[in-house]
Write a protein that binds this ligand. Structure first.
Ligand code: NAD
Length: 324
């Protein structure tokens, strides 16, 4: 029988890619999304517009669609906002997860893939971060993701829930123009946004202990990330499965390198302005991907050029059409 997966937040940037990867792997998907940041035009599968806080409605959806498992992406994700509104973040990222786990337990749905984040690590003290690196998140957003991992682990111990928590690194690119990132918080869209306003992008800090002085991050193509969910789902057939995986490329790109790639792909002359470093911004955060490579046989296939190029092609016409 074909498996049917419930994708919470499936109208969002990453969730819409996950739906497509599930379909490509022969599974069916149902999306539940409150459209707080999502876009209904991304959804081409059965859709329930709801806040996942609504436990009864989630349970009804699980039963009605005979759901095999849940990919849980629905969350708020803005670091700055989380510092201003911690209660909102704990409610929407932690309390809502409790509601979802309650509905899953009621309906005996026992497989879960959880969107976690490299934000759980906070300040890192090694060139590449393994999953067993100490987790010391430095903002409420990262804390809610870490608490989410703990909640899921404890529920798994108590009930036999099988799970994989995926710690995404910096997500970029798109598999199709209509699925592009509409947010403006990640580096590549932020640079595009500056260009659209006729401004130069700002680099936060040029004196970090890195080869070119700018921060180094691990960028992962959203298509590769979506495929990692399918690989993680396959691992949940194993009874007692409980995994935490880094999902990144395993190599770092500096902020300056990313901006240079945008300049190359867009044909725009870009002269970034170097501003003050942001307090608490780690110089370098790069995934050690040994665990996911070895356990799931998954590895990233797309490089930075493909990420920037696909994102650029998904830009509104007025921006990408202007070549200087
Ligand atoms: N984009 C990144 O770089 C990144 C990095 C690490 C982790 N993540 C995590 O990945 C997940 C998806 O991120 P994204 O970039 O696709 O963001 P997004 O904002 O595009 O998608 C989130 C989706 O969840 C929906 N949603 C939010 N709260 C909801 C609720 N209570 N009930 C129902 N739907 C709700 C939104 O409407 C949206 O469609 C999030 O959990 C985020 O924390 C993202």
């Amino acid at each position: 029988m074909t498996e049917t997966w419930l994708v919470t937040g499936g109208a969002g940037y990453i969730g819409a890619h996950v739906v497509r990867s599930l379909q490509a792997a022969g599974a069916e998907a149902v999306v539940i999304d409150d459209l707080s940041t999502g876009d209904l035009r991304r959804v081409e599968v059965p859709f329930v517009q709801a806040d996942i806080a609504d436990c009864e409605l989630v349970a009804d959806t699980l039963r009605r669609h005979r759901i095999t498992g849940v990919v849980h992406l629905a969350a708020d994700k803005q670091v700055e906002e989380s510092m201003r509104e911690p209660l909102t973040y704990y409610r929407r990222n932690v309390v809502n997860l409790m509601q979802l786990l309650t509905a899953m337990a009621q309906c005996e749905v026992d497989k879960l893939v959880f969107s976690s984040s490299a934000a759980v690590y906070g300040m890192v003290d090694s060139a590449q971060v393994r999953e067993d690196h100490p987790t010391r998140p430095i903002n409420p957003y990262g804390e809610t993701k870490l608490v989410g991992e703990w909640l899921i682990r404890d529920q798994a111990r108590a009930t036999g829930l099988r799970y994989a928590a995926l710690r995404y690194f910096n997500v970029a690119g798109t598999a199709a123009p209509e699925l592009g990132d509409l947010g403006r918080t990640n580096l590549v869209p932020m640079v595009f946004d500056a260009l659209a306003r006729g401004e130069q992008p700002v680099i936060f800090g040029g004196q970090h202990p890195t080869p070119d002085g700018t921060c180094v991050r691990d960028f992962i193509h959203v298509q590769d990330l979506a495929d990692a969910h399918v690989a993680a789902i396959a691992a949940l057939d194993e009874p007692g499965a409980g995994h935490v995986f880094n999902v990144g490329c395993g190599r770092g790109y500096s902020v300056r390198e990313v901006i240079e790639m945008v300049a190359e792909v867009s044909g725009r002359g870009i002269t970034p302005r170097v501003g003050a470093a942001r307090p608490g911004d780690p110089a370098m955060v790069v995934a050690d991907t040994t665990h996911i490579n070895a356990t799931l046989g998954w590895r990233a296939r797309h490089d930075l050029r493909e990420m920037v190029n696909s994102a650029w092609r998904a830009q509104p016409r007025q921006l990408s059409a202007v070549r200087t």
